[in-house]
Design a protein around this ligand. Structure first.
Ligand code: SAM
Length: 232
């Protein structure tokens, strides 16, 4: 039995602003526009504006709204940017990013979002279709700890929405000079939200921000491989 208060969207947004989680116009606008209730399982739709992560199946969660706001502010995506998200989950964070990089659906910016669990990628596809964002998000199924397999610097921004033991090297390689990555780095129990700026000369500037707790990143540069649903 869930006993949380069930605030509406307006109340949630007010609280995100008053707590300083949503600070910029672009992030607030995206949070206002994207209907979170269309990204959670139907039976949980009434809790969509509670500031909590919610289960989306396969042991995974849609992140809490305050964490989406904090990470999006830290990432600071610009209109027309190419953004990679690792960990599509429900597709909600991808829609928030799409609303910022391509606000008028002109095909200027693009969000590529990669998910390891095929069923979740299908869940996200359905959610993005229902909410009208599918044309602005390119979904990929695979191990996002390897990025999208590109051998050059392609992305202006990279966001990893799962806990990583370290900063995956392939993701650094796929980040453009002048680009930024936001990634929770640490143990499986607790991480530090880490902001990685790739300077114009290719050097990395790494800042450790706030503590956070995410589900683990799997795959080659994550915590483990998954074979037949079992960790090794
Ligand atoms: N951003 C999501 C949203 O808006 O709903 C929430 C992401 S959830 C906290 C983390 C996701 O990362 C899970 O869906 C999980 O399956 C996925 N994941 C874990 N390891 C991965 C990997 N190596 N490549 C791609 N996705 C991965």
């Amino acid at each position: 039995m869930i006993l949380w208060e069930t605030p509406n969207k307006e109340e949630l947004l007010e609280s995100l602003v008053s707590m300083g989680y949503a600070r910029s116009k672009k992030v607030l606008r995206a949070l206002e526009k994207v209907p979170r209730e269309l990204f959670v399982p139907r039976e949980l739709a009434k809790y969509a504006y509670v500031d909590r992560p919610l289960p989306i199946g396969y042991g995974q969660t849609i992140s809490a709204p305050h964490m989406v706001a904090i990470m999006t502010e830290a990432l600071d995506p610009m209109e027309c940017d190419k953004v990679l998200e690792v960990g599509t989950g429900s597709g909600y964070q991808a829609a928030i990013l799409a609303e910022i990089v391509d606000p008028e659906s002109r095909g200027c910016g693009i969000v590529v979002s990669i998910e390891l669990v095929p069923q979740l990628s299908f869940f996200a596809k359905n959610n993005l279709e229902r909410s009208g964002y599918i044309d602005r998000v390119y979904l990929v199924i695979g191990d996002g700890s390897l990025g999208v397999g590109a051998e050059r610097e392609v992305f202006d921004r990279i966001i990893i929405t799962a806990a990583s033991p370290k900063i995956p090297e392939p993701l650094v390689s796929q980040l453009k000079k002048g680009g930024r990555m936001v990634i929770p780095v640490g143990s499986q129990e607790m991480q530090i939200l880490t902001i990685v700026d790739k300077k114009p000369d290719g050097k990395l500037e790494i800042r450790r921000d706030i503590p956070c707790v995410f589900v683990p990143l799997r795959g080659v540069h994550g915590y483990s491989y998954i074979i037949s649903g079992k960790d090794i």
